[in-house]
Ligand binder design. Structure first.
Ligand SMILES: *[C@@H]1O[C@H](CO)[C@@H](O)[C@H](O)[C@H]1NC(C)=O
Ligand SMILES: *[C@@H]1O[C@H](CO)[C@@H](O)[C@H](O)[C@H]1NC(C)=O
Length: 986
């Protein structure tokens, strides 16, 4: 035996040990090179690739060091160490949510630049994925066709452009080829000649050409794909296919197809016979085509179908029984068609399958009527049920409560009646997402559904998303609501809750929710004073009865914050701007805030809408707010603001609406506003502004449609350039000190002559507004109907001269008020051309001559006043004039005679006794105030499966509330990606 000491002290042993160690080292380093580290040549090839690629976010930063097999996105074969896989997909695609930052992040983490042919040195590369990057329109490299080892090639949505090189046809080992573009407009084109290169890909199992234009291909694409013997999955979505071409049955090899996606084309029925021979299909997607008529009959042949999508077509009439054939169906999507009738047949069929496997049923946005059958409860595997936007009425069956797997349930936008009870939810432990009711109050329909559960009911579910609009949930904020402590999205809008918000619940939800809308209830009490909303994008407590000082909340991500129409009082916190740095929309109108406007609001650089209307705010308008760069709507009307406006007013070229009426503002209207070339709506009325009508209105600022400067201290002439305002339909300069004459060019005001133009963006902003103007001699509050009222009010000034005859060409005018001036001459003879006129006030002037007979043709006239002038002769009669029997409207004209004055007409008339009879003709007026809220309807209806999506930021959050499945988020992301590229290109 050799002792340890011998080893340690005998030199010959030392030598031996060194020898062994050396061997060991060599062996291990040999093993190391063979298993883990890549060939030098391949490493250099990858580095050359990296060199040419643009990588703003440093995704390839791990590409350093010797062992390229450890680099991110690279995989090597375990035994040979050769690079087999390059996966450089932009993974940001998967993590999208509604946060803006993440979209930007996705764009940022795209790779771009050139692709170095050094990849050809990767002799064993079989998997290459460059999807969701942004190669900015460069061609797909021809040399890809030489990487013969490739089995998987994914170039989808990577912004390659130009013709696809036919060289790809050399990839005879390829199983998987994805050239799709998620946005509708692919930059890629198919080689114009033919698709023969495709047919050479004889190993292909998966082919995705989404977004490529197949309509120009001379050879039938169908013949080509039919030559791919192993093809199991074919995606030809958005390929502009008009019809399915015929195919001879003799050499039909497509029968092995398992997945066929021809969505978003222009397909119509009937389909050729071969189509119904695809009997092995598991998934068939025909959504977004032009299919019409009843549910297609040949579909029974698809016995293996697990997923059928016919959404976004024009299919109609009853959904048939589909019995037997569809017993394998897991996903059925018939949304966005025109199916009517009930769904008893469908459910009857599905529930007669021996074991219902249906997991997802989407029937949203059809015209389905009648009741929801109780057999619904038989679909015991159902996870997703969407009946949104139909005409289903009656009560909801209690069997709903048996769908124990249900996760997502949307019953909103149906005229349900009756009650929802505990039984409806008794066995729904998995429910996460529940929507009911509608967005807006519908005055025609009653409140449809009432929650009738006991106060202390604890439901079996723990929701993440609760979306109830205009159903009765209140009056109490019941235990069932308080038990929902995992909510990320909560909307209880118009639910008749007249309780205080339980503080514990509110604390919990505020710490996690992305979206919180408790508006249009009668929630009262005070709110917790210090709260953080770290995740919330949308915060709406408006239209309640909340009291107390404004809580010092903060929300780093909040985009929209609404507290309008409550009873908050005291100051607006000075540091509000720091607490909500990302706010785009701030609504604090109609409360009792009584401080100054905090200058810190100027820190909200993204602010687009600022409404502080109808409070008791005082002090000057802060200069900091005048510098907001993106402001579109500014409304501080009905406060006690004083002093001059800052000379920097109007830094935002987007400013659309400037509403500062009913304050104590003074000084001149700032010249700097001439930079606001988008201004449509200017209301500075009821202040103490001095000086002239600014010259920029009508010159630099051409689109003004409402100009309201009434009740100020403005003077000078009415400038000619106002006549350039072809969109102007409300001009209110009353109660100032204007002198001179009424410009003759008023007949250039086109909007008072031709029907209004509509623009949806305009509606959105008009919808926000509540404006005031004077009609019928008194002030009325009115809102969007303003769009339909055309008015000129120049009353109570010092205007002299004649009323220009040109004014009679403004044939859409509803209101003309020129009273209390020094106008002379006659009433324009053609005034009867103003056929829409409802109010005409010419009183207190020096008008003379006869009242034109044409006045009697004004059939809508409900108020007229020509008193205190020097008019003479017989009062015309006929039509509407007959109904204006109040003689005071003619009084003060000693030379007038005839009915309704008591003076009979002879040579000279005498002053008559007044007849102070009340004459209230308001009713005929009401139709003017008719207003249809189309904005939300628009927002909900706009979304199409194939829609080209160019979205306004603020609208995205409106969508977000109703569409937040992963799929929709992805679509949104795509839209934004497209939009980003679009903007970049221009
Ligand atoms: C290669 O190694 C990975 C992880 O080291 C392992 O998951 C995989 O199964 C191995 N493959 C083979 C073919 O040995
Ligand atoms: C604002 O209102 C509160 C009561 O709501 C009052 O105590 C306070 O004095 C008011 N402040 C101003 C400046 O008017």
């Amino acid at each position: 035996m050799v002792s340890i000491a011998t080893y340690l002290f005998n030199p010959s042993y030392h030598l031996k040990i060194a020898h062994y160690l050396l061997l060991l080292f060599l062996a291990s380093s040999y093993l190391h090179t063979s298993v883990n580290s890549c060939l030098d040549e391949e490493r250099r090839a990858l580095l050359a690739f990296k060199e040419d690629v643009i990588d703003p976010s440093g995704r390839l930063s791990s590409w350093v060091g010797l062992d390229c097999c450890q680099w991110k996105g690279i995989s090597c074969n375990n035994s040979t160490g050769r690079v087999e896989m390059m996966n450089l997909r932009n993974a940001y695609m998967y993590t999208l949510s509604a946060f803006d930052g993440e979209w930007d992040e996705m764009e940022y983490s795209s790779l771009g630049g050139k692709i170095n042919p050094s990849l050809l040195s990767l002799k064993y590369l079989n998997h290459l994925d460059l999807s969701w990057n942004d190669f900015q329109g460069i061609s797909i490299p021809e040399f890809f066709g030489q990487i013969k080892t490739l089995k998987y090639l994914n170039l989808s949505s990577a912004s390659f452009g130009g013709e696809i090189p036919t060289h790809l046809g050399n990839l005879s080992n390829l199983n998987y080829l994805d050239l799709s573009e998620e946005s509708d407009n692919s930059l890629l084109e198919l080689p114009s000649e033919n698709l023969n290169w495709l047919s050479r890909l004889s190993s292909l199992k998966y082919l995705n050409l989404k977004g490529l234009d197949l309509s120009g291909i001379r050879v039938s694409w169908l013949n080509v794909v039919n030559m791919l013997p192993f093809l199991v999955e074919l995606h030809l979505s958005s390929c502009q296919i008009q019809s399915l071409p015929p195919l001879s049955p003799a050499n039909f090899s497509l029968a092995s197809l398992l997945i066929l996606d021809v969505s978003c084309n222009d397909l119509k029925f009937p389909f050729p016979e071969w189509f119904f021979n695809l009997i092995n299909l598991r998934k068939l997607d025909l959504s977004g085509n032009s299919l019409s008529g009843p549910f297609p009959s040949g579909f029974e042949s698809f016995k293996s179908l697990e997923h059928l999508d016919l959404s976004f077509n024009s299919l109609e009439s009853q959904i048939p029984k589909l019995v037997g054939s569809f017993c394998n169906l897991k996903i059925l999507n018939l949304a966005r068609n025109q199916f009517d009738g009930g769904i008893q047949e469908l459910l009857g069929g599905l529930s007669s399958c021996p074991n219902s496997v249906l997991e997802s049923l989407d029937l949203s946005s059809n015209m389905l009527q009648s009741k929801l059958p109780a057999s619904l409860g038989m679909l015991h595997n159902l996870k997703f049920l969407n009946l949104y936007d139909n005409n289903m009425n009656g009560s909801i069956p209690e069997s709903l409560g048996q769908l124990s797997q249900l996760v997502h349930l949307d019953l909103s936008f149906n005229p349900w009646e009756g009650f929802l009870t505990e039984a409806h939810f008794i066995n729904l432990p998995r429910l996460k997402d529940f929507a009911l009711g509608r967005v807006d109050p519908n005055p025609i329909l009653p409140i449809p559904l009432t929650f009738k559960v006991s106060y202390d009911w604890v439901p079996p579910f723990m929701l993440h998303k609760l979306n109830i609009g205009y159903c009765k949930v209140g009056p109490a904020f019941g235990v069932w609501l308080q038990s929902q402590t995992e909510l990320l999205f909560v909307k209880l809008h118009g639910t008749e809750i007249s309780d205080s918000i339980p503080e514990d619940w509110f604390l919990k939800i505020s710490s996690q929710a992305h979206y919180m809308d408790l508006s249009h209830n009668q929630i009262h009490g005070k709110l917790p004073l210090q709260l953080k909303f770290p995740n919330a994008l949308f915060l709406d407590l408006s239209h309640n009865q909340l009291r107390g000082p404004l809580p010092l909340w903060s929300g780093d991500n909040v985009i929209q914050f609404r507290l309008e129409t409550n009873s908050f009082s005291g100051p607006i916190p000075l540091n509000l701007g720091q607490k909500f740095p990302k706010l785009e929309s701030l609504h604090f109108a109609e409360n009792h805030f009584n401080s100054t406007i905090p200058p810190s609001i100027g820190n909200m650089k993204n602010l687009r809408t600022l409404s502080l209307r109808s409070n008791q705010l005082s002090g000057e308008f802060p200069r900091e707010l005048s510098l907001l760069p993106d402001l579109m709507v500014l409304d501080v009307a009905y406060n006690n603001l004083s002093g001059k406006l800052p000379s920097s007013m109007g830094a935002s070229v987007f400013l659309f609406s400037l509403t500062m009426n009913n304050n104590n503002l003074e000084g001149e209207i700032p010249l700097s506003l001439e930079n606001c070339t988008s201004l449509r709506h200017i209301d500075l009325g009821d202040n103490k502004f001095t000086g002239k009508v600014p010259s920029w209105i009508g010159l630099n600022v051409p689109f003004v449609s409402i100009l309201r400067l009434r009740s100020n201290c403005l003077s000078g002439h009415i400038p000619q350039q106002l006549c350039n305002l072809e969109y102007l339909y409300i001009l209110d300069l009353a109660l100032n000190s204007f002198s001179g004459t009424i410009p003759k060019c008023l007949n250039n005001l086109t909007a008072m002559k031709v029907a209004p133009y509509y623009s949806t963006a305009y509606d959105v902003y008009m919808n926000y507004h509540q404006q005031t103007t004077v009609m019928k001699g008194r002030e009325l509050q009115y809102n969007t109907s303003l769009m339909y009222v055309k008015s000129i009010d120049l009353s109570a000034n010092s205007l002299a001269g004649e009323i220009p005859e040109e004014i009679s060409s403004l044939v859409l005018l509803h209101n003309l008020n020129l009273s209390m001036n020094q106008l002379s001459g006659g009433i324009p003879l053609e005034i009867g051309n103003l056929v829409q006129l409802e109010n005409l006030d010419l009183s207190l002037n020096q008008l003379s001559g006869q009242i034109p007979q044409s006045l009697s043709s004004l059939t809508f006239l409900s108020y007229m006043n020509v008193s205190y002038n020097n008019l003479s002769g017989r009062i015309p009669s006929g039509n509407q004039l007959q109904t204006l029997i109040d003689s005071s409207i003619y009084e003060g004209n000693p030379l007038l005679c005839g009915s309704p004055l008591s003076t009979a007409c002879s040579e000279d008339g005498n002053p008559t006794a007044k007849d102070p009879k009340d004459n209230d003709n308001e009713d005929g007026h009401d139709e003017l105030w008719f207003f249809v809220s189309l904005v939300l309807g628009f927002i909900v209806g706009f979304w199409g499966v194939c829609g080209t999506l160019v979205l306004k930021k603020s609208w995205r959050y409106a969508y977000f509330q109703w569409f937040d499945t992963i799929k929709d988020k992805a679509k949104l992301a795509i839209a934004v990606k497209v939009l980003g590229r679009f903007q970049r290109n221009f």
